[in-house]
Design a protein around this ligand. Structure first.
Ligand code: 3HC
Length: 284
């Protein structure tokens, strides 16, 4: 089926980015939040990114207005009625996601596809929590969504070839590069990225180098855009800890086991950029 109207569940960091790129590509995009203040915060993030884009000369004022014109913020599931694709980007909790899918399925048409942006939960388990497991798949975006080119298109055990193709087409239509990923913990990118980040923490704990030197080593020695500690702070230590635990549960391999220092930092509330302190300090 062809997709013209998209609904995004959640207008947090990922949801707002997904809604933005969808609207920029010309899709009528509804973005849903649980309450007005969360919605205003998310819409404000989109407006700021677009305004910065205009200020940097990356986007015309007309392009900004067209994107805003394609976006509708809402707190009512009923407004998603006309959507042909729903992309869920809410809290990483299976029960909460299933509740959201039930509310979606009460209003959308029988052909509507549902995709989850989960980074680590089983897409097959989430698909099984809907009445349309063959019309369900994963669209895993990367932070910051408007700047990162990749989308992992994840096939659950039940995803039909037609659904997978439609999700690949959508990813291309919004200007992203899709790669096909299996429904295995961490898909492709986090399966490789997370052990690397955890290893950097182990190296720090063993006194291999300072935070700054390890970051500089990987940035300048390997050409990575960010060193591992800058990236950990950027992604969020709590998010990394959550994903590592899921990967460890899935594979039972020590490379996925969260190091004690990561656990202690999360317990201390040192979550990275979002809390003002992680491996670095941030002025808020
Ligand atoms: N509108 C339009 N363009 C903009 C923009 C805006 N508001 N803000 C920035 N840009 C453009 C810039 O003009 C620049 O374009 P250019 O390359 O043509 O000059 C480009 O975007 C980069 O922007 P900046 O120069 O401001 O910033 P940096 O060069 O420092 O790059 C970054 C920032 C893209 C975040 C880079 O540091 C990076 O790639 N970091 C790694 C991020 C990463 O690894 N993300 C994945 C995390 S893992 C994940 O998300 C998975 C999850 O499951 C955990």
């Amino acid at each position: 089926m062809s997709v013209n109207t998209v609904g995004v569940l959640g207008c947090g960091l990922m949801g707002s980015g997904i809604a933005q790129v969808s609207a920029s590509a010309g899709f009528k995009t509804y973005v849903l939040e649980v309450n007005d203040s969360a919605l205003q915060k998310g819409m404000g993030r989109i407006e700021k990114f677009l305004a910065d884009g205009v200020a940097k000369g990356k986007l015309s004022a007309q392009g900004r207005d067209t994107t805003i014109g394609h976006l509708v913020g809402t707190t009512r599931y009923a407004d998603l009625e006309a959507c042909e694709l729903i992309i869920e980007a809410i809290i990483e909790n299976v029960e909460e996601k299933k509740k959201a899918y039930a509310q979606v399925e009460a209003v959308v048409g029988a052909d509507c596809l549902i995709a989850t942006n989960t980074s680590s939960l089983s897409v097959t388990e989430l698909a099984a929590g809907t009445k349309r497991p063959s019309q369900f798949g994963g669209l895993h975006f990367f932070n910051p969504v408007p700047l990162m080119k990749l989308v992992e298109v994840v096939k659950a055990l039940t995803t039909s070839a037609q659904t997978h193709e439609a999700l690949v087409d959508y990813a291309r239509a919004i200007g992203k590069e899709p790669i096909a990923a299996p429904d295995r913990g961490g898909f492709i990118v986090n399966r490789l990225l997370v052990p690397y980040l955890l290893d950097a923490i182990r190296c720090l704990d063993e006194g291999l180098g300072t935070v700054e030197d390890i970051d500089k080593g990987m940035k300048l020695g390997c050409g990575y855009p960010m060193g591992p500690f800058t990236l950990l702070d950027f992604v969020g230590l709590d998010t990394t800890y959550f994903i590592a635990n899921i990967l460890f549960d899935e594979f039972r391999e020590t490379r996925f086991a969260p190091p004690p220092l990561l656990k202690r930092m999360v317990l201390a509330g040192h979550l990275g950029k979002k809390s003002g302190k992680g491996f670095y300090e941030y002025s808020r």
